[in-house]
Each structure stands twice: as C-alpha cells, then as structure tokens.
Design a protein around this ligand. Sequence first.
Ligand SMILES: NC(=O)C1=CN([C@@H]2O[C@H](COP(=O)(O)OP(=O)(O)OC[C@H]3O[C@@H](n4cnc5c(N)ncnc54)[C@H](O)[C@@H]3O)[C@@H](O)[C@H]2O)C=CC1
Ligand SMILES: O=C1O[C@H](COP(=O)(O)O)[C@@H](O)[C@H](O)[C@H]1O
Length: 259
Amino acid sequence: MDERVLLTGAQGRVGQAILGGIADDYEWRLLDREPPAAEPDHEFVVADVTDEEEMREAMADVDVVVHLAGDPRPEAPWESVLRNNIDGARVVYEAAVDTGVEKVAFASSNHAVGHYETERKPDIYRKSSEFRLDGTELPRPSNLYGVSKAAGETLGRYYHDEHDLSVVCVRIGNLTKGHPPKDYERGQAMWLSYRDCAHLFERCIEADYGYEIVYGISDNDRKYYSLERAKEVLGYDPQDNSAEYTMGGELKDDAEREE
Ligand SMILES: NC(=O)C1=CN([C@@H]2O[C@H](COP(=O)(O)OP(=O)(O)OC[C@H]3O[C@@H](n4cnc5c(N)ncnc54)[C@H](O)[C@@H]3O)[C@@H](O)[C@H]2O)C=CC1
Ligand SMILES: O=C1O[C@H](COP(=O)(O)O)[C@@H](O)[C@H](O)[C@H]1O
C-alpha cells in the first residue's frame, strides 16, 4: 500500500478512529484548521478546507482524499454548514480535479436521510424490522446539517460525471469508542465501531469505484441501513455488532448473548 492520502478533519473523532486503525498503512498528509496538540506522527497541514489555494497545495502528489472536515453538529446553523460543509466540499472536489487526485471519500451522514425514520420509528430500530435504506433512495434530511451532507453527495456526483473523479459518499451512522451509544435504540441501530470505521475507510482508499453512496455502520442486528453496497463495491467486512453489548454499554456474557 503506497498511496498518499490526504485526511481532512484529521484531529476529529472519525479521523482519530481511522488513524487508530490504519496509521501505519499509508503515507498520510493530515489536515485540520486546528493545529495538533502534540508533535504529529505524520506530515500535518494547518488549513481551512474553504481556502482554494491551501487545498490545492495540500493535494500536491496526493492519490486519495478522505474528506471529513466540517461542522458535524446536527443542530449546526446554516451559516456554518453552508461554509464548512457545502463550500468546503466544493473546494475539496475542485482541488482534487485540479491536482489529479484519483478518489475522494466523503464523510456524509445518517442525517442526509433522517426523515425516512419519521413515520417508521421506533420499529425500524429493532431487530424484527426488515426495513432497509440502501443508498438508492432520495435524500430526506432531518436538519440543515443533513441538507449540507446531501449537498456534499450531489457535488460529488457532479464532479464524478463532469470530471471523472471517483467519489464514494459514506453515510456514517453513530461512531462511538469502545461500545455502542448507551440507552439509545437509534444509536445502537446505526453504531459504527472505531475498528469498523478504520476498515471501511481503508476499503474506500483501496477499492475501485465510480460514484457510490454507502452506509457506514457496524454489522448490528438492529439496522435500517443495508450494508450490501459497501460489501459488494468496497469489500467492507465489518466485525462489530451492537447486539454484543447491553444497553448500558457492557459486553454481554455468553448467556446474555443467547437471550
Ligand atoms: N462522528 C460521527 O458519528 C459522524 C460524523 N460524520 C461526519 O464525519 C466528519 C467528521 O466528524 P467528527 O470527526 O465526528 O467531527 P469532529 O468535530 O470531531 O472533527 C471535525 C474536524 O474537522 C475540523 N474542521 C471543521 N471545519 C473545518 C474547516 N473548515 N477546515 C478545516 N478543518 C475543519 C475540526 O477542527 C475537527 O478537527 C464530519 O464531516 C461529520 O459530519 C457523519 C456522521 C456521523
Ligand atoms: O452525523 C452525525 O450523526 C451522529 C448521530 O446522530 P444523532 O442525532 O443520533 O446524535 C452524531 O452523533 C454526529 O455528531 C453527527 O456528525
């Protein structure tokens, strides 16, 4: 694996989950608008993803961009998501085309499709439900943050169709470290473990694709997102399952697992 990978938003939770799993596997250039707290193990660029010149410079000699930087708050105000998420995504795709980057993996969100849950909850959060979203459905954002993620996906579609850039949009569920979200059925259904997160983005760096939308969750018994496309196109092979934990976040023993 000799790809050179630019990781935007590297200091955040998703960035740290990815680096926690595959830091040794690539030649990384990390980018964040916040400087690193300690001496970084990889090349580090302090830059804002809305700055066109800085982003072109950051992508020099890069093969793949994993674009995570943005405002991740479901309640984020329009001014912030317009700038950081929508314009930031546009600048990243544009710089990728200008500099000859091959692939961009874009961190989209469950909130791009959150309103599919409205008329179906809480049943779809339970193991008995067979309802699945598979990535072919139209966006139904649950907030302006979700609108910004749907816009990032659409920008990716445009840069793929117009410029042949390979783009995969990962609708990330709920990433938590160590155990699934506690006492939160929805969170358990869309849990993404740190281990599976690192593996999924490793597949986004390695696999061949044109334009894809996939769901980024672990192999939870409770789920309303299909993993089929991520498995088929990327070779995603998740290892974790929120059903192995109690609602309080404790790993179940064998007897509890059989219940
Ligand atoms: N953590 C989760 O469960 C989920 C995360 N996502 C998406 O994944 C991405 C990463 O999320 P987290 O790591 O949780 O967020 P985070 O807030 O922990 O990390 C985001 C990082 O991006 C940087 N950043 C923000 N705006 C920037 C800008 N304009 N220029 C340069 N750097 C900037 C921040 O300094 C921060 O280090 C976001 O795009 C978020 O929307 C999507 C679904 C779920
Ligand atoms: O996109 C995101 O989704 C997760 C899960 O959403 P929530 O509404 O169930 O908390 C959220 O934790 C994360 O911050 C956000 O970026």
